[in-house]
Design a protein around this ligand. Structure first.
Ligand SMILES: Cc1cc2nc3c(=O)[nH]c(=O)nc-3n(C[C@H](O)[C@H](O)[C@H](O)COP(=O)(O)OP(=O)(O)OC[C@H]3O[C@@H](n4cnc5c(N)ncnc54)[C@H](O)[C@@H]3O)c2cc1C
Length: 274
């Protein structure tokens, strides 16, 4: 299929207008942001919305540009790391953070990065707004808790002192989707890890996170052995898909190595050499 099936088009001018349009079409309307995931799905007839509701003109949704913002890079270096390795400038300029997260593609880099940061999603419905921890936002591959009448309007990332973060990705060629990618965020009190987040992309981790490795790390002192063991635990508990990007055992090895290295880099950025 080269062209999508016929659809109507509406342009939302505000969040309230987008919600109103979603209600008007009662499940037959679909939001379009960058369109980088939705349009290919429509061409393949994997998605067949009757109405596209374009949210590109909604000024309230235009937040921070992840690559350009120095404050974001300083507070959350993981986001600049991740953004730099997503596709190419054309895709990055058009694609949106909200669209990436709502697509819930298991290979999405930003879903893993924001999950590592323990971000919150703000979801707006016709009557109420709900705030959902990103870890509870993903229901499964390509599925989130966002209902047919709702839209994601914000991602909130808690700012905490004493920590840093990093994102590492291995792909077959520059700009490609990940063979495997890992985001790590650590918060330290001296040598001790007080809180940690580990996000995995394309490696078959439930809801993008390596919970068992996080539980292992919390309360332990940073050392090469401890971070190595966290990598091993993360690899043991993920379930990488076998596909054209490689066999499961290779991806599991990649998970262990990337988790350890991302944690090391995050610790180094937080001022703790390891
Ligand atoms: C060539 C190419 C290479 C790529 N490489 C990578 C890569 O390496 N790593 C990576 O992570 N991604 C990659 N992507 C994906 C890219 O980041 C997409 O832009 C992203 O997945 C979807 O964002 P979008 O704004 O285009 O969303 P859209 O395609 O417009 O929407 C995606 C889905 O989210 C829904 N949606 C959008 N916004 C909202 C909202 N605010 N509230 C509720 N639902 C909403 C839509 O209805 C749709 O179901 C690539 C894409 C392309 C085309």
């Amino acid at each position: 299929m080269q062209v999508p099936a016929q659809f109507e088009y509406e342009r939302a001018t505000s969040i309230a207008h987008a919600v109103q349009l979603l209600g008007k079409y009662n499940g037959a309307g679909r939001l379009i942001a960058g369109g980088h995931s939705l349009i290919p799905m429509m061409k393949l007839r994997l998605a067949r919305p009757e109405v596209l509701i374009d949210i590109n003109e909604v000024a309230e949704l235009g937040g921070i540009s992840l690559l350009d913002d120095d404050e974001v890079a300083q507070l959350f270096p993981i986001l600049r790391d991740a953004e730099k390795v997503i596709a190419d400038p054309i895709v990055r300029n058009r694609g949106t953070v909200g669209g990436s997260v709502c697509q819930a593609d298991p290979s999405e880099d930003l879903s893993a990065a924001f999950s590592a940061l323990r971000a919150y999603a703000v979801v707006q419905g016709p009557e109420t707004q709900r705030i959902v921890p990103l870890r509870d936002f993903f229901v499964g591959p390509y599925e989130t808790v966002v209902g047919p009448g709702e839209l994601l309007v914000e991602l909130r990332v808690p700012v905490r002192t004493g920590g840093s973060s990093a994102f590492l990705k291995v792909s077959r060629r520059a700009g490609d989707w990940a063979v495997g990618a890992v985001g790590a965020a650590v918060w330290l009190d001296g040598d001790v890890i007080t809180e940690v987040g580990i996000g995995l992309s394309a490696l078959g981790a439930r809801n993008f996170v390596a919970v068992e490795a996080e539980d292992f790390l919390r309360g332990r002192s940073v050392s090469a052995d401890v971070l190595g063991e966290a990598g091993r635990i993360a690899a043991e508990h993920c379930d990488p898909p076998v596909d054209q990007r490689g066999p499961a055992d290779y991806k599991r090895h990649l998970a262990a190595t990337l988790v350890t290295r991302a944690l090391q880099l995050a610790c180094r950025r937080a001022g703790r050499e390891v």
